[in-house]
Design a protein around this ligand. Structure first.
Ligand SMILES: [Zn+2]
Length: 483
């Protein structure tokens, strides 16, 4: 069978974190009463004039700098014409001929190492009104429009079709989103629509140069659905080609429930938007001072964190991804490791295991929880020093998360201190051995597992606080005595 390889391109639209809209002074609001944040400019009234929001341009510039783009010296805007009710002017103000920046990259990671995915351009445009037809208050067959969103600053990051597989596409998005959140450019909330993903994917035979026909896939509401939708398309298009068919140029929608894509639009040729320079916005100079201002305190690339984790913490790629990008995990790990003298692998195991599970149960993010890095370090130290056993440590963790205070205090208050007194335990083990003649016979017969019954007895007697290692040793001694 011939192997097929995909080529994937991603375009991401991001709502910028500005107080006001892109070309007027209406506030940027989410979830407000429809059509309350509007004015003649964003409603496209004749004679109204746009004025560029400096902050929107600064945030786009900041993104371009964070992605390592070459910066254009002039800010120029164009009109993109089309007729649709969500944009009453009949055109969208965008940047067609000159973007804010070109030729950047997003660094992604995989089991094979690191790779720079090239970014073609970063530009600024205005968002459209929101069409509402699925809400209960909209009569069947009607569409309502909310113009609060019309004119909100929208940045587009256009990537080259250079992504090699669906997992890489997901990682590109993870890295890009982290960059945009950490630079303070956008909150990148997929549910609120402030981070929207368009993908295109083509498939060709392995070893051939020519790209296949690209298919656009839309309605991708999570990074996971991006990966799955692209995986589905890779299989579907490969099967079409394998069967001697041709892949149609079309737009498809991802159906999350059915886990498949379906045709939503067949596109014969690109629409002619008749772009031309926006006469109401004269070109502005992008000065060195403005570039310096936009690029101040840029955070390091998200992939650097993954690299640090892979190199210095000996985790695998999946673990590195969680530790690098789950909210607050990376700084927590660093701080906890600094305060803990033991094996850092233990910190990682607890963070990815018990801590994550307890947070999920409480539906709280790590930075908002009551757990401080020093508390986790303290719990692990109590465990290492034999002061508590593992179930006891888990109970302390849960109590700390519920606001019970410092781990050592919790241990004392709850009486979780481990019984490591050999004399005290030996007496209990002796009784356990006497009470379980069958287990004793089984152990003698070579069934190590039978020790469980005796350990269970001791744990019950001590309220779960016995040092299990010591109990195991004592069982051996006591049984020798009984001989
Ligand atoms: Zn307005």
């Amino acid at each position: 069978m011939v192997a097929y390889v995909p080529t994937i391109g991603l375009e991401v639209h991001v709502q910028l974190k500005t107080r006001t809209k892109c070309f007027c002074s209406c506030p940027v609001v989410f979830g407000a009463e429809p059509n309350t944040a509007t004015c003649p400019v964003c409603l496209g009234h004749p004679g109204s004039l746009p004025v560029l929001n400096r902050e929107a341009y600064r945030l786009t510039l900041r993104t371009a700098l964070a992605l390592g783009c070459r910066i254009e010296e002039r800010a120029v805007f164009d009109r993109k014409h089309y007729f649709y009710p969500d944009l009453p002017k009949g055109f969208q103000i965008s940047q067609h001929f000159t973007a804010v920046g070109y030729d950047g990259h997003v660094t992604v990671w995989s089991e094979d190492g690191f790779r720079d995915i090239p970014v073609e351009r970063v530009h600024l445009e205005e968002d459209t009104a929101k069409a509402i037809h699925e809400e209960a208050f909209v009569p069947p067959g009607k569409t309502y429009l909310d113009f609060n969103r019309c004119g909100v600053p929208l940045m587009e990051v256009v990537g080259y079709p250079a992504i090699a597989n669906p997992a890489e596409a997901r990682r590109y998005l993870v890295a890009l989103r982290a960059t945009l959140v950490e630079t303070g450019v956008s909150d990148c909330d997929l549910e609120k629509g402030s981070f929207r993903i368009d993908t295109n994917i083509s498939v060709r035979q392995e070893g051939t140069e020519e790209f296949g026909t690209p298919v656009e896939v839309k309605n991708l509401n999570s990074f996971r659905s991006v990966e799955r939708a692209l995986g589905y398309e890779l299989e579907r298009q490969s099967a079409v080609l394998e069967g001697g068919g041709e892949v149609a140029r079309e737009t498809r929608h991802w159906d999350e429930r059915a886990e498949e894509t379906y045709v939503s639009r067949t596109k014969e040729e690109r629409a002619d938007y008749r772009y031309f320079p926006e006469p109401d916005l004269p070109p502005l100079a992008v000065t060195e001072e403005f570039i310096d201002e936009a690029g101040v305190d840029l955070p390091s690339a998200p992939a650097d964190r993954v690299k640090d984790l892979l190199v210095n913490y000996e985790v695998n790629v999946a673990e590195a991804e969680t530790l690098a990008f789950a909210e607050g995990y990376y700084s927590f790990l660093k701080a906890a490791v600094e305060r803990y003298a033991g094996d850092r692998r233990k910190v990682i195991n607890w963070l990815l295991g018990d801590v994550t599970r307890e947070l999920k149960e409480r539906n709280v993010e790590l930075p908002d929880s009551k757990l401080e890095p020093r508390a986790l370090a303290e719990i692990l130290t109590l465990l290492d020093d034999g002061k508590v056993n593992t179930p006891g440590a888990r109970e302390i963790l849960a109590a700390v998360l519920d606001g019970a205070g410092a781990p050592t205090d919790v241990m004392r208050k709850k009486g979780l201190e481990q019984v490591s007194d050999a004399g005290e335990l030996e007496e209990i083990v002796r009784r356990a051995v006497e009470a379980n003649p069958k287990a004793v016979a089984d152990i003698r017969g070579g069934k190590e597992k039978a020790k469980g019954a005796i350990v269970g007895f001791v744990m019950k007697e001590t309220g779960g606080r016995a040092n299990p290692k010591l109990v195991g040793e004592l069982i051996d001694t006591v049984m020798l005595d009984v001989d």
